[in-house]
Design a protein around this ligand. Structure first.
Ligand SMILES: [Zn+2]
Length: 251
C-alpha cells in the first residue's frame, strides 16, 4: 500500500492593516497565516503545490478561509504570498531524485573504461569452430574431448574455441551456445573436460589458467587462479587479469 497525498506546513504569519474583520468590524486586527502545500509519499515531501492561507482576527478570534477573504485582504495576500518562503524540504523528493540522476550521470562520465575489455572482446571474436593442431593445438585437443564426451543435445559442432598463451598465463575460451540449457552439474563437467587437456599439456605446466566458458551471449563459467563461478552470472572481468593489471588512468 502506498500512502500519498498533499500536506501543508505553516510558512509564515503576517499582520495586515487596512482590513476589517467581517465579524467584529475591528480594523487592523487580522493576521494571515500562510501554508505551503506539498505532495507527499509516505509523509516524505516530494514537491510543492501552491500555497493557501487563513486569516484570524486577533480581536474576536474568528478565522476565515481564503475564499472568504475580502477584496482588500485578497490584494494584501498577493503581496504576503511573495514573502512567505518555503523551506527547502518541501522539494526534498524531487531534489533527491535530481541529485541521484546527477550522480549517476557523473559516475557514467567519469567511469574509467578498462582497456582490457577490448582485448578480451577481440579474443572472444576470434573463437573458432575448427581450431587446427597448427593454429591452436590446445583448443584442438579440447575440441576433441568435447566432441567425444559432450552430449549431442548441446551440439558440440556449435562450440567455438580459442586459447592464448602470454608469459606465464594461459587464456582458454570455449563457447557453448546451448550452455544455458545445461544443469549446473553438467556445466561443471564442461570445466572438467577442459581440465583433462590442460592437466596433460606441457605447454601449460606452471601457467596460471584463465578459463572462460561462454553461453550464447555471456560468460557463464569463469575460473581464474583467484576466482571461480558457475552461476550463469560469472564475472567476465575476472578474466581481464590475463592481460595484466589494469593500466593506470593517464593524466
Ligand atoms: Zn474580529
Amino acid at each position: 500500500m502506498i500512502i500519498y497525498g498533499t500536506r501543508a506546513s505553516n510558512i509564515g504569519n503576517f499582520e495586515v492593516s487596512d482590513s476589517k474583520c467581517s465579524y467584529c468590524n475591528e480594523g487592523d486586527t487580522q493576521r494571515v497565516s500562510v501554508f505551503g502545500r506539498y505532495f507527499h509519499i509516505f509523509w516524505i515531501p516530494i514537491f510543492p503545490i501552491g500555497k493557501k492561507a487563513v486569516a484570524e482576527c486577533t480581536h474576536c478570534k474568528r478565522t476565515i478561509e481564503q475564499k472568504e477573504f475580502s477584496p482588500q485582504l485578497k490584494n494584501q495576500y498577493q503581496e504576503i504570498k511573495k514573502n512567505a518562503k518555503r523551506p527547502f524540504w518541501h522539494w526534498l523528493g524531487i531534489g533527491l531524485v535530481g541529485l541521484f540522476i546527477a550522480l549517476v550521470l557523473i559516475a557514467g562520465l567519469t567511469a574509467e573504461k578498462d582497456p582490457r575489455k577490448e582485448l578480451l572482446d577481440r579474443d572472444e571474436s576470434s573463437m573458432d569452430f575448427l581450431p587446427t593442431m597448427e593454429s591452436d593445438s590446445i583448443s584442438y585437443k579440447i575440441k576433441q574431448v568435447f566432441d567425444s564426451f559432450a552430449t549431442d543435445e548441446i551440439n558440440p559442432s556449435d562450440f567455438k574455441y580459442r586459447t592464448r598463451i602470454r608469459d606465464n598465463k594461459a587464456l582458454i575460451l570455449v563457447q557453448i551456445p546451448k550452455l544455458r540449457n545445461v544443469e549446473k552439474e553438467g556445466r561443471t563437467e564442461a570445466l572438467e573436460m577442459i581440465k583433462i587437456v590442460t592437466d596433460s599439456q606441457k605447454d601449460l605446466e606452471n601457467k596460471e589458467l584463465y578459463i572462460g566458458i561462454k553461453g550464447l551471449v555471456t560468460m557463464m563459467i569463469v575460473k581464474t587462479p583467484t576466482y571461480e563461478d558457475n552461476s550463469k552470472l560469472a564475472q567476465t572481468d575476472k578474466l581481464y587479469d590475463f592481460y595484466g593489471p589494469k593500466p593506470m588512468k593517464e593524466k
